[in-house]
Write a new protein. Structure first.
Length: 330
């Protein structure tokens, strides 16, 4: 049989994990990165899979590296996996990459109501597009205060009973899931990922903004009132997504209540093998543009639909001012 060839776009917290498991499943993997990161990627990566009571060190190497669409065009790829943040999809590089991709399946992992449209606008045929939802946690280790890693690397954790769902054309989706599962990556075929991705994101993005404004702790956000502001904004974001996709699941509506969220986090802490609040600050500070962009998108879509978005707009404004002040201090 011909070896599966997979191009993973982005070598960050998500890209390294996906690429590593594709390779473990027998695929020939190429990492697509910006030219300035080529040497770093070619040196390979240290990964750490977090188990409940131990850390499993894994060396990821032996893959190819590409930095231009011309290099991509020189190889026939079966699957191209987009792991970069949503704002990074904009710009000329993505249409150039898609044009060089031939008939490869395009796998999009970006959250947000507009991510699918961005990928399609870059020239992807709907018959080749598979959408995926990221359910794993991955981050640059060590986090502040962590001492369990012998050298810096990428730590990751698969939450139990939460395989990453993928949806799209049947045969292409099944091939993506099979390739990942062959490498030990929990994945499943789903009928659709739109609601499973959009509604949790509508809750998560306002709460992330609230946590950032509250010093990245739940207690700080509760004391300052930003947690309650985030809950009001989350309810408005849910209404915006509901206008597009229909009724949200009950669990999503419950999470838009601060007390339920705090209780859930308290119960989850003993089960999650990493310091959650420290992780949220470290990871989502790096992809902060995505959070701001999604808040702005909820506001724009809500206003266009005649829905109330005052709490969302106020939260987005405060977040922009907070980040502006932080940049001035630094």
């Amino acid at each position: 049989m011909t070896q599966l060839r997979v191009l993973v776009v982005g070598a960050g917290a998500v890209g390294q994990v996906y690429a590593h498991h594709f390779q473990r499943g027998g695929a020939a993997v190429t990492m697509f990165v910006r030219a300035k990161y080529r040497a770093e990627a070619e040196a390979g990566f240290e990964l750490y899979r977090l188990r409940r009571r131990r850390v499993e060190a894994q060396r990821f190497e032996g893959f190819a590296v590409a930095t231009t669409a011309a290099e991509v065009a020189a190889t026939r790829f079966d699957q191209i996996v987009l792991t970069v943040a949503t704002p990074a999809l904009r710009g000329p590089w993505l249409p150039e990459l898609i044009a060089a991709a031939g008939d490869a399946t395009i796998v999009s992992l970006q959250p947000g109501l507009d991510a699918r449209a961005l990928v399609l606008a870059a020239g992807v045929d709907e018959a080749r597009l598979v959408r995926g939802l990221i359910s794993l946690i991955s981050y640059h280790a060590p986090l502040p205060g962590e001492t369990r890693f012998p050298t810096p690397g990428m730590a990751y954790w698969f939450p139990p009973m939460a395989p990453c769902p993928f949806a799209g054309p049947r045969e292409r989706t099944a091939a993506v899931v099979a390739a990942l599962r062959a490498g030990g990556f929990p994945a499943k075929v789903a009928k659709d990922t739109s609601a499973a991705e959009a509604f949790p994101s509508a809750v998560m993005m306002p709460y992330l903004a609230a946590l950032e404004l509250g010093g990245w702790t739940v207690k700080g956000a509760a004391r300052s009132g930003t947690l309650a502001d985030g809950a009001r904004a989350a309810r408005q974001a849910i209404a915006v997504v509901r206008h597009v996709l229909g009724r949200p699941p009950l669990g999503v509506r419950l999470l838009a209540r601060p007390r339920i969220l705090r209780a859930g986090l308290w119960c989850a802490r003993p089960l999650i093998p990493l310091p959650l609040e420290i992780y949220l600050e470290a990871h989502f500070t790096k992809v902060g543009d995505q959070t701001a962009e999604m808040l702005d998108a909820y506001v724009a879509k809500g206003r266009a639909a005649g829905l109330p978005v005052d709490a969302l707009a106020a939260l987005a404004t405060r977040l922009a001012a907070h980040r502006g002040a932080a940049r001035q201090r630094n």
